[in-house]
Design a protein around this ligand. Structure first.
Ligand code: HPA
Length: 247
């Protein structure tokens, strides 16, 4: 059976309902991962859970050791990764508390350690990244959502910003012109590192707020928390449906 990992982001520091069987602290050639790798039974199936921002949530998006996280999952034999992340909604369909399974990425992040392929361990290799998310995993998530009657957007372009600040209204306007539907801070280099190590990676984006300038006022943390809470209930249902269908 293919090993499945779930990477949880803001609003998903732990997987409620996971019956923990093992907790592994790894040191990797790239330093320390964000947290222990938690193995457990979720919906009667084995999954490995990793809290992207640490548990408790303390690591800023640009400080996450993405290489250590992905290397650690590979080391543990993981083949499939479902990455859950909070985002802002840019295009009209992407309303707060809604869920999307993005199919494309535009990377606006910078200065992050973003590749394994730069030394004698992994000589320079140019991976194909035309379709950044694994198509079979995405399809399985979309079918699971349909079967469980969870309303999702089955496509969307995810723009990854550097953070930790949110964007300006002008930045969001530019991103929308570029074709972004969603804006987040952690989708890259996570997705490309997984691809570099030949792991299947798909994302569930949980919309926490309208992106900057999409409403009259400013974005408040209280609204983000409220919408994330509601969105994460749908995510848990989606993950359960996906796992019972695919594993
Ligand atoms: N921008 C970037 N990242 C985010 C946002 C946002 O508006 N909301 C949640 N994560």
């Amino acid at each position: 059976m293919t090993k499945l990992a779930i990477i949880g982001g803001t609003g998903l520091t732990q997987l409620n309902g996971l019956i923990i069987t093992k907790r592994e602290t790894l040191t990797t050639p790239y330093g320390l991962p964000s947290a222990d790798f938690i193995t457990g039974e979720y919906n009667q199936k084995e999954v490995i859970f990793l809290a992207r921002h640490g548990n408790p949530h303390t690591i800023a998006p640009h400080k996450i050791n993405y290489r250590a996280n992905i290397w650690g999952l590979k080391h543990l034999g993981v083949e499939n990764i479902i990455a859950v992340a909070a985002v802002g909604g840019i295009t009209p369909e992407m309303a707060p508390a809604h869920i999307a399974i993005p199919d494309q990425i535009i990377d606006y992040s910078h200065s992050r350690l973003h590749t394994f392929f730069e030394d004698e361990n992994y000589p320079v290799t140019h991976i194909d990244f035309t379709y950044p998310y694994n198509r079979a995993l995405r399809a399985a998530l979309i079918i699971a959502a349909k079967n469980a009657e969870i309303n999702i957007s089955p496509i969307g372009t995810y723009g990854c910003t550097q953070g930790p600040r949110l964007e300006t209204a002008a930045e969001i306007k530019r991103m929308e012109k570029d074709g972004c539907d969603l804006v987040g801070m952690t989708g890259m280099p996570e997705a490309s590192l997984a691809k570099e190590l030949e792991m299947n990676y798909a994302a569930i984006s949980v919309i926490a707020n309208w992106a900057a300038g999409k409403t009259a006022g400013e974005i408040t943390m209280a609204e983000i928390e409220r919408h994330l809470h509601n969105g994460m209930i749908k995510v848990a249902n989606l993950l359960k449906a996906f796992i019972s269908q695919s594993y």
